[in-house]
Design a protein around this ligand. Structure first.
Ligand code: FAD
Length: 284
């Protein structure tokens, strides 16, 4: 049987653990998820440098496990000199891929833009200073970035990131596959030819999902919200239902031509494995 990961670009996203116990859990999680044979794993970065060391340490942890790692890099509130130093260190370590973002500053740092305002400027800076060394991923928003002036202007800004030198894109999560298809069609109509990989959010906790979705502008369709509310405190049934829904979403996306899947793991392995088992029975 041909495995899913040999047919599609599969990647996994993690965040830097907060303490030693979480670090140990992360290593166990990562080892379990290696069965999915991901092309790379990515590690988030707190805008303003909040997780700078944590991101770098986690990148080393994954590299030691033999994974290709893509550190995220958020430019808002970080100076050119600091970004150069971070990129230089990754280059020395042999890292060949980065996820270039604007980032969101923690509340209280709202007006601190620093030397960069937008991710397109970071992409241009990485190309200018490091040539073709890094494969650059950027973010894409099928349901529009919450601060965008309009859907059309948001697409203009996405195209600017591609023109600045992005090699591929990962989307914000969504639950309506039409949002993804529409985004890809609109991007292609603008001449964008890079792969646009859907970002997949497992459903494990209704309250957390609702909060995240309000913050990042991802829509939970009414039918899905009502179904999730009905599970109330029955976490096990909610997770099984969530895995069914998300596996179906992944299946639809792949059938419609999505080149791969990028899973937001939330540093856990079970939810992603549950989706994978439904997508590719017998593989795990
Ligand atoms: P941009 O592409 O710069 O866009 C931000 C906003 O500015 C959009 O509304 C856009 O339309 C607008 N815009 C862009 N250019 C212009 C312009 N020239 N003039 C006017 N408006 C413009 N955040 C973190 O802090 N750390 C992470 O590790 C992280 N990882 C992420 C991974 C993925 C896959 C995704 C989808 C998001 C991630 N985020 C992360 C969140 C991201 O940083 C936020 O969504 C942030 O608000 C926007 O980042 P961006 O890179 O998309 O910004």
């Amino acid at each position: 049987m041909t495995s899913l990961s040999s047919q599609y670009a599969i990647s996994l996203e993690f965040f830097p653990p907060r303490d030693l116990a979480a670090q140990e859990r992360l290593v166990r999680t990562a080892k379990q998820l290696m069965a999915l044979n991901p092309g790379y794993v990515s590690v988030t970065f707190g805008a303003g440098g909040a997780t700078r060391d944590g991101t770098a340490d986690t990148v080393r942890t994954f590299a030691n496990l033999g994974c290709e790692v893509a550190p995220h890099l958020a430019c808002i509130g970080t100076s050119r000199a600091d970004l150069s130093a971070i990129l230089g260190a990754y280059r020395e370590q042999g890292v060949r891929r980065v996820v270039a973002l604007r980032g969101d500053l923690p509340s209280g740092m709202g007006s601190l833009y620093g030397e960069f305002r937008y991710a397109s400027e970071l992409v241009a800076f990485i190309r200018e200073t490091t040539g073709d060394w890094f494969h650059i991923e950027v973010a894409a928003y099928p349901e529009m970035h919450p601060q965008a002036e309009s859907l059309a202007r948001d697409m203009d800004h996405f195209v600017e990131k591609v023109q600045a030198g992005a090699d591929s894109a990962i989307t914000q999560y969504f639950f309506n596959p039409d949002a993804y298809s529409d985004f890809v069609e609109r991007a292609q109509a603008r001449g964008v030819a890079i792969p646009i990989i859907p970002g997949i959010m497992p459903i494990v906790n209704n309250t957390q999902l609702t909060r995240f979705s309000q913050m990042c502008g991802a829509e939970i369709p009414r039918w899905l919200r009502l179904r999730l509310n009905d599970y109330a405190d029955d976490r096990e049934s909610l997770r099984a239902f969530g895995a069914d829904v998300v596996a179906q979403l992944c299946q639809t996306l792949l059938e419609r031509g999505a080149p791969g899947l990028h899973f937001y793991t939330l540093n856990g392995s079970e939810a992603v494995r549950n989706i994978w088992r439904r997508l590719s029975p017998g593989e795990l």
